[in-house]
Design a protein around this ligand. Structure first.
Ligand SMILES: Cc1cc2nc3c(=O)[nH]c(=O)nc-3n(C[C@H](O)[C@H](O)[C@H](O)COP(=O)(O)O)c2cc1C
Length: 161
């Protein structure tokens, strides 16, 4: 969550100079993982065991599955995409929850992830920027707010069989 005006001014040129980057009250940069490591799996197992009051050895099969699939298996090559899919679930929830609180949002893919990563100091970390979301109360002079919403009919989107 970015509220520092200087940081956001530095990012704006790398997001097609879109004004939401500096104008919104809260700018959320959602991060995805570059990879999943053995240490990440160990952490998940330790936290799960602790929360459920069980011994970590009881989760050994689960731990092996994570190792085989996400750390050593073919899916280790596509962790960025896999992680991004998880991030977009969180993005969808952010949009819906914000709307329920009468906060406006603008999901933003129009930015350069490598430049955001450089400016935010994310290079050489396990994380990289995935999607951005501007959040805030609607401006009274937002010319887009009064435009009719464009939504396809449910019948055009949902097929029943
Ligand atoms: C993943 C994603 C990325 C988007 N990227 C941008 C963007 O970079 N800049 C922008 O102004 N709108 C972007 N949009 C479009 C708007 O956020 C929004 O979807 C559009 O204004 C229509 O929303 P509405 O029909 O609910 O008003 C993006 C939408 C999605 C779903």
């Amino acid at each position: 969550m970015l509220t520092d005006p200087e940081l956001r001014a530095a990012l704006r040129p790398f997001a097609w100079n879109q004004s939401q980057i500096t104008d919104c009250s809260h700018l959320v940069v959602m991060l995805r993982r570059r990879s999943i490591t053995a240490a990440d799996a160990d952490q998940l197992i330790a936290v799960t065991a602790s929360r459920r009051g069980i011994d970590p050895t009881q989760l050994a099969t689960y731990r092996e599955m994570i190792q085989r699939d996400l750390i050593d298996g073919p899916r280790s090559q596509t962790i960025g995409t896999w992680s991004s899919n998880q991030v977009y679930i969180a993005l969808g929830n952010l949009l819906t929850c914000a709307a329920l609180l009468e906060l406006d949002t603008c999901p933003i893919e129009g930015f350069s992830p490598p430049d955001f990563d450089r400016i935010l100091g994310l290079e050489n970390t396990p994380f990289q920027s995935s999607v951005v979301c501007a959040c805030g109360y609607r401006s009274a002079d937002d010319k887009y707010a009064t435009l009719a919403k464009v939504r396809y009919e449910a019948a055009d989107l949902i097929e029943h069989r």
